[in-house]
Ligand binder design. Structure first.
Ligand code: AMP
Ligand code: SF4
Length: 476
């Protein structure tokens, strides 16, 4: 039997963006930036380069899989030019098929363009139906393609930026976009600023990336975040023009970037993720300490920074009671003789030396369906742990995300239908505690409700697809 790693497994899922302006090896730089952001999407990767010197020639290379697979032994001479955009993806909307791998390229009324998207549009279905009724032809199932059609429909004679703004004003949802046109790059964040995007500088070049870890790999300097509702145009000889075309609205950046998604060495929304993740552990330890505990054990890698914060606050030793295999692919072949908990064990294995006879505090960032935690707990007991107390460095995940993070349907989220005690019983721990919403905001050092926290509270700051006047199932 082939085991397909599913959404609740420990692969990180989302999308990561790159854009490079004015660099001799733009495509290569974009690829390296995607490499650093691999954790944001592992199902597909692609780079589109533009050779402004050679009749504005666009070249594209993309495929399914990891960046290293898609670009294995790739000759970057095939992507010539001094400007490029790139994308790594996980399919939160649309399926995992080749036609959905980004960036998308199109030749439309305004000329040739390529576009890459991080986020999820909540009115894409309505817009798509309207566009199809009006004669548009779609070649993918991705919600992102809608934006290209909207741009194409606007009059070609009006200034390009106005054209793009007109299209963006029709879409609702979470988006960071990088767009490549024959004479410029546009980078934009939705008015609520749900997904991150930042601007960097590498010598005479400008770089745009979802996370600053891409800049670090390239030795580029972080300049600033692109602001919520800001459209940045990079053109000519490094000319930067900034537009704020949308009506001001409350900002709601995604708090889950801090909890789980972003790389800990990145700065997201202007703050260092590692520091916040450690503070999540500190707050958790203050709210829900464990009496008589011997050691703190992180679930690597998602719980590592929070476990460190928990251990420092409680002055307990941190032990590597679970060892992660970093070289696991997305699928594997199970031996005919079934091994118990094979799927979980192949990625994480308990380390009896750190566990035997001990009262342990296991720290992870979240419980989604509860299946991984249940298997982990069974393995930890078998390895000799005397008592297992689980601590989660975020509030219970009660609601799905409609803004670009892959979560299962509400009914599949264990915390949507079980109490904390019920979850503790299901996963088989001696005790379970989550961080409170207040504790989460304390760790982030932000006022309650100033970020999107919908997956923990059900308060969707910009609505849901169901609220768009159309009855439809959640996208994920
Ligand atoms: P589960 O077995 O469904 O409870 O999975 C819990 C594990 O999934 C935790 O270790 C989390 O780090 C991880 N996780 C949390 N959110 C996501 C997500 N959106 N996609 C994939 N894994 C996640
Ligand atoms: Fe982030 Fe959760 Fe809001 Fe989605 S629902 S944007 S994961 S905070």
């Amino acid at each position: 039997m082939l085991i397909q790693i599913n959404r609740s497994d420990k692969f990180r899922e989302e999308c990561g963006l790159m854009a490079v302006w004015n660099h001799k090896e733009a495509a290569n730089i974009a690829y390296l930036g995607l490499y650093a952001q691999q954790h944001r999407g592992q199902e597909g990767a692609g780079v589109v380069a533009l050779n402004r010197q050679a009749n504005s020639k666009f070249s594209i290379h993309k495929g399914r899989g990891l960046v290293s697979d898609v670009f294995e032994e790739f000759d970057f001479n095939l992507l010539p030019g001094d400007t490029a955009i790139g994308h790594v993806r996980y399919s939160t909307a649309g399926g995992n098929v080749m036609s959905n791998v980004q960036p998308f390229f199109a030749e439309i009324s305004v000329g040739r363009m390529a576009l890459a998207h991080n986020g999820n549009l909540i009115n894409a279905d309505e817009l798509r139906a309207e566009l199809i009724a009006d004669g548009s032809i779609f070649s993918s199932t991705s919600d992102t393609e809608v934006v290209i059609h909207l741009i194409a429909r606007n009059p070609a004679h009006q200034p390009l930026v106005e054209n793009v703004i007109g299209a963006l004003k029709r879409v609702k949802g979470a988006y960071s976009f990088v767009m490549l046109f024959q004479d410029r790059i546009l980078a934009v964040r939705d008015p609520a600023g749900l997904r991150p995007l930042c601007l960097g500088r590498l010598g005479d070049s400008y770089i745009v990336a979802s996370e600053t870890c891409a800049f670090d790999l390239l030795d580029a300097e972080y300049v600033r975040d692109i602001e919520a509702g800001e459209l940045v145009e990079i053109s000519g000889d490094n000319k930067i023009t900034s537009y704020f075309p949308f009506a001001r609205q409350k900002e709601s950046p995604c708090i889950f970037e801090y909890v789980y998604f972003a790389r800990p060495d990145s700065s997201v929304f202007g703050r260092n993720v590692y520091e916040i993740r450690k503070r999540l552990g500190t707050e958790l330890a203050r709210e829900s300490p464990v009496k008589n505990a011997d050691v703190v054990v992180p679930v690597p890698d998602s719980g590592t920074a929070a476990a460190l914060g928990f251990a420092q606050e409680t002055k307990l030793p941190l032990e590597l009671g679970l060892i992660r295999n970093h070289y696991v692919g997305r699928t594997f072949i199970e031996p005919k003789q079934t091994i118990r908990d094979f799927g979980a064990k192949v990625k994480l294995n308990p380390n009896p030396g750190a566990l035997k006879g001990k009262v342990i505090v296991v720290v992870d960032d979240s419980i989604v369906r509860g299946t991984t935690s249940r298997k982990l707990v069974a393995m930890l007991r078998k390895a000799g742990a005397k008592e297992i107390h689980m601590r989660i460095s975020a509030p219970p995940t009660t609601d799905p995300c409609y803004y670009g993070i892959d979560t299962p349907k509400k009914e599949e989220l264990i915390a949507s239908h079980k109490s904390v005690d019920g979850i503790a019983e299901f996963i088989g721990v001696d005790s379970l505690a989550y961080l409170s919403v207040e504790g989460l905001y304390r760790a982030v050092n932000a006022k309650n409700g100033t970020m999107c926290d919908a997956c923990f509270t059900g308060n969707y700051p910009i609505g849901t697809p169901q609220m768009q006047g159309k009855k439809q199932a959640p996208l994920f």
